[in-house]
Structures are given as C-alpha cells and as structure tokens.
Design a protein around this ligand. Sequence first.
Ligand SMILES: *Cc1c(COP(=O)(O)O)cnc(C)c1O
Length: 404
Amino acid sequence: MDTKTLMDTKTLMEWSAKYHTPNYGRTPICLVRGDGVRVWDTDGREYLDFGSGIAVTSLGHSHARVTGAIQEAAATLLHVSNIYHTVPQIHLAKLLCEHSFADRVFFSNSGAEANEAAIKIARKYGKERLATDRYEIIATHNSFHGRTLATVSATGQPKYHHGFEPMVPGFKHVPYNDLRAMERAMDSHTAAILVEPIQGEGGVHVPDDDYLPGLRKLCDASGALLMVDEIQTGMGRTGRLWAHEHTGVVPDVMTLAKALANGVPIGATLVREEVGSVLTPGTHGSTFGGTPFVTSVALATLTTMLDERIPERAARMGRLLMERLAAMAKARPVITTVRGRGLLIGIELTTPAAPVVDACREGGLLVLSAGDKVLRLAPPLIVDEKDCERALGVIDGALAAAGA
Ligand SMILES: *Cc1c(COP(=O)(O)O)cnc(C)c1O
C-alpha cells in the first residue's frame, strides 16, 4: 500500500464507512496535519479550527512546548503502572493542587472516567461520612457527563440513554439553573450534586450568577458534595483557569480532561482532603491513569497556560468575539442569542445548526454544534484577532448561504 492510496480521500471515506462502527455522525473530510489554529485535510485544504477537537487542543496544534514534552517523555519512560511512583505524575498533582481548591488528585484517561471516579467517591463518601443510605447524585437536565454506563446515567439527556436501559440507579435530574428545583429534589438520600459550571454539549448555557453559590449553600446545609464537571470549561477555556472561579464558589470535587494534556488522553478528579480520604488503598484504580508520558504532557500544557497567561487571553478574545457576534445578531435575525464565557461561545439560531456548520466548513472554518440549533465556537485559546475576524467573516457568509 503506497502513500498515494493511503491519502486518497474517496477510498478513505469508503473504508471508513465500511470498517468503523457507525456511531459517529462524521463530517466527510479526513484531517492529516495541524499547526496552531489551522488544520489540513487529505486534499490539501486548509481550515481554521474553531472547535479544537471539542475544546481539547487549547494551545493549538503542534505547540512547540507540548510537542517537545511528548518527544522527551516518549524517549524517557512511557508507562510503569501506578504500583510505582513517577516524577511527572507527582509534579502534576502538586501543580494542580497549588492552582485550585483541591488537596488531592486521582488520574484517569478520559472525562467519563474522571466523572466515574467522582461518582464513586460521592457514593463512598455519602455512605461512610454522612449516612448509610446517602448514595444519590443529583444532576441536571441537558447536562453531559460522559458515555460510560454510570456517566451516561448521570447525563440528563434521554437521547443518550435510548437502547442502553436500564440506566444505573441512584441518579436524579432537575432543570439547570433552577435552585428551587434542586432544593426540592434534595433529600435524606442525596450524596452529591454534579453540575457543569456552563453546560457545554447541552447548548452553551450559562447559569445565573447566583446559581453555583446557591448550590454551595444547599450542599453546606445538607452535607452533600458539590461536584463541578469542568471537563469542557476548565483549563482557561472561559477566561479563568477554572470556570467556577468566576463565582467565588469552592467546590468539593472537580473533574478535568479535555484540554488538560492538549490532546493526549487524560482525566483527573480533584478533591478536598476529607473527600479524597475515602479512596483508601485498593478502592479504585486505573492501569493507564496518569502515566509518566501523559502527565509530562499535561505538565507542559498547564505550565505553558500559567506562564503565558492563556486564561486572560481567552477572556480578551472571547470579549472581542462576543461583541462582534452581538452586532452580527442585530443584522441577522436568524441569530436569537449569543452566549458564553471566554472562548466557549454558543450562537443560538432559529434554524438547524447543521447546514451552517457545513457552510462554514466549505468556507474553510471548522465549528461545532451543541444541540440542534446552537453553533458552538471553541477555538484554541491562542487564537489571535486576525483569525477571529476571518472566522466571523466565514460565519456571516455561512448564515447568508444557509438562507438565513
Ligand atoms: C466531553 C465531556 C465529558 C466526557 O469526556 P470524554 O473524554 O469524552 O469521556 C464529560 N463532561 C463534559 C462536561 C464534557 O464536555
């Protein structure tokens, strides 16, 4: 098989349709290379990447410090098992604790696994520290917490449950941004509340300023844990290192994944001391969680974000995009609302988002949708003004082309 065959887009699309399980609704392009905010496909077409692999490559593609860390770690020590200590894992746990509310960290390989650990911690904490029948976790409608059986059960979107029932018991769902509903749902079985500080997949929903503080108060009154899923909102995405920092609220548990190692798979569950202490030796684990390889890459990613004040940059570029999009909304009635924080932005339309996503791609811009009618922008946090202007031009043209 020569390289030419390998790069033939049509053949690759046929093989993809033939050999993959058909669970992804994939876009018909095949990407081969990335640099900064740009990616290229098998036909040599260039795209501005305003999706970042769903809020993952926050430092952009092929970032020198990340690539350097990958090369060095690959040539040093890939994997040894968590029955041994490794230097980068210790340094990463320490750095995460020094830059968050947390005292301890558990490493895994994905967002779902980070939430799975949080769920297990909540159940064990509830039973051991609160009361034997406190196991229930309350999450919100429209949330997204992952695809494993427990995390999909936590996810408040029935479309992700269909066909996989029965769901794991012990989860309840209430409307997002509704403190009264949460208060009514909490009872003598509640072990924890699990929420996204901003709902990402659910449509980029930003709650009222008093929502997280209100949840904190409810948890303080009941003893239940406040667990924030920052898998999409964390690592500077919203203009602060962690999105909950906008509210001043201190959670008990925080989960991370997507941008933590800029594209190398990792998950992390961060906890306060007394919460983490329930994970006594032998109670939880992961073969690959926090290998010296991935933790080296995450260390390079987090250090770069802190050194280069990437969250502040995300806040600045986010303001620019939001202002320009608000002006676009005035001129184009197809846009009903523009919302978000930092560089996690949702543009709600009166029409389906899919044709607009396609038209943007035709115009050389990759964007995401979130739900049926919301365009989601999550560019790398290193994006500059010029690329933002270019993207805005493509979006405006795509809305026009989609008959909007
Ligand atoms: C993506 C995401 C997850 C799931 O992460 P995976 O790595 O796909 O398992 C969980 N929660 C939120 C908020 C996410 O955005």
